[in-house]
Design a protein around this ligand. Structure first.
Ligand code: SAM
Length: 245
């Protein structure tokens, strides 16, 4: 999986991409991140990449020419690249979008800064993504979120011990509660079933806990989760108890 990142601040990417899972994925050649400085595509001695907004108003706007030149240059070398603009006005990024993006071998993430990018840039990208309903100072951290979430889904990036399909959202549910040693901490005990060694019971307990947790915290997810008949009945039971409270 190759990520091209188009940014005015390439230095932001040096440290977060080094450590842990992402660092190892790059060492093993499973993930490659190429950081492109948009300023290299700006013209003139000062390589100006932003300008005042037409019509007045605060802040600066990223000029279209350097961004579009940078996109064209990378598409020349890597024509199958899927180009994404990071913007708070984009489609919300979630696990489903991460799965869809993981199927592309090559993705470019365009990071805005200042008051954002000139509107005309939008027609040169394949899609626009937002990582949430808040405004960041730049698209770089949003791009890092996308790189991290998508890379985890690239086959081989996670070891066998860390299956992405067990994570929250993968099966449409939040993950069940997790515990590690010690068996008792400040009077709080690990549920007995997890110490039982009975893998069938543990599997069933975890599935029920995932249902319960999703029902308590994110009931909206249940509408689209793939559930067995007995799981639907279990949820109906929970709803019934809830009504009586
Ligand atoms: N004036 C813009 C608006 O209101 O839509 C916001 C510009 S923001 C200060 C600068 C850049 O940060 C954006 O161009 C975008 O690339 C990035 N950004 C900010 N919030 C984001 C979010 N929630 N998701 C993705 N990118 C975001």
């Amino acid at each position: 999986m190759t990520f091209h990142v188009l940014t005015l601040f390439p230095e932001i990417f040096s440290s977060p991409l080094k450590g842990s899972i992402l660092g190892k994925a790059q060492e093993r050649g499973l993930v490659e991140v190429r950081v492109i400085n948009i300023r290299d595509y700006a013209e003139g001695r000062h390589r100006v990449a932003d300008d005042y907004p037409y019509g007045g108003g605060k802040g600066m706007i990223m000029k279209p020419e350097p961004i579009v030149r940078a996109i064209r240059a990378l598409l020349e070398g890597d024509p199958k690249t899927w180009v994404v603009l990071m913007t708070p006005q984009g489609v919300p990024f979630d696990q489903r979008v991460a799965r869809r993006l993981a199927a592309f071998g090559h993705i470019a993430l365009v990071c805005g800064r200042y008051e954002g990018v000139d509107e005309r840039v939008r027609s040169f990208v394949n899609e626009e993504l937002s990582i949430g309903d808040y405004v960041l100072s730049g698209g770089e951290f949003a791009a890092l979120v996308v790189i991290d979430a998508v890379s985890r889904l690239v086959p081989g990036v996670l070891g066998d011990a860390e299956a992405p399909e067990e994570d929250s959202f993968s099966g449409g549910l939040l993950e069940y509660p997790q515990y590690t040693r010690p068996p008792e901490f400040e009077g709080k005990r690990v549920p007995e079933v997890l110490l039982s060694g009975d893998h069938g019971r543990i599997r069933q307990w975890r599935r029920r806990q995932a249902l319960l947790r999703t029902w308590q915290r994110r009931p909206d997810l249940l509408e689209e989760a793939a559930l067995e008949e007995d799981e639907r009945r279990y949820l109906e039971g929970l709803r019934g108890e809830g009504d009586g409270l």
